[in-house]
Design a protein around this ligand. Sequence first.
Ligand SMILES: CC(C)(COP(=O)(O)OP(=O)(O)OC[C@H]1O[C@@H](n2cnc3c(N)ncnc32)[C@H](O)[C@@H]1OP(=O)(O)O)[C@@H](O)C(=O)NCCC(=O)NCCS
Length: 123
Amino acid sequence: MKVFVEEQGIPHHLEVDEFDDQAAHFIVQDGNQTIAAARLREISPGIGKIERVCVLNEYRGKRLGILIMEHVEKYAAEHRFNTLKLNAQVYAISFYEKLGYKVTSPEFLDAHIPHRAMEKAIK
Ligand SMILES: CC(C)(COP(=O)(O)OP(=O)(O)OC[C@H]1O[C@@H](n2cnc3c(N)ncnc32)[C@H](O)[C@@H]1OP(=O)(O)O)[C@@H](O)C(=O)NCCC(=O)NCCS
């Protein structure tokens, strides 16, 4: 809510959807405060989609984004996913490229924000 709704202005009804109940959720906490989050859901057998990757503004640049993505990937590998997909906000593409994700689509708009699809094969 703090990152996508308050900071980026994405409508609340687009952030909270029917997939929250079935997704695996990942958070990083500093004391009682949640400072980073992501979710993963299976969209077809062996294929996972990573969504809602975010780090609170004041905690960015401390490798928490990498940390939470590594945990998502570890969980995905343990649960026999073979491919991970995500829709990256265009400004964040190089963040995901550093983790080995490759762009697989032209640019498109989601919630008025430019995105490109990316994916990575995992073991
Ligand atoms: C994208 C986001 C999750 C990155 O989290 P972070 O904790 O700041 O990133 P890290 O500190 O783990 O950065 C890891 C590497 O990616 C790079 N990186 C991080 N954000 C980047 C960006 N926006 N553009 C280019 N490179 C970026 C860092 O420089 C670092 O590179 P290095 O390994 O060469 O030093 C964070 O900026 C965020 O929450 N943004 C708002 C929400 C959002 O838009 N999420 C993406 C939705 S698709």
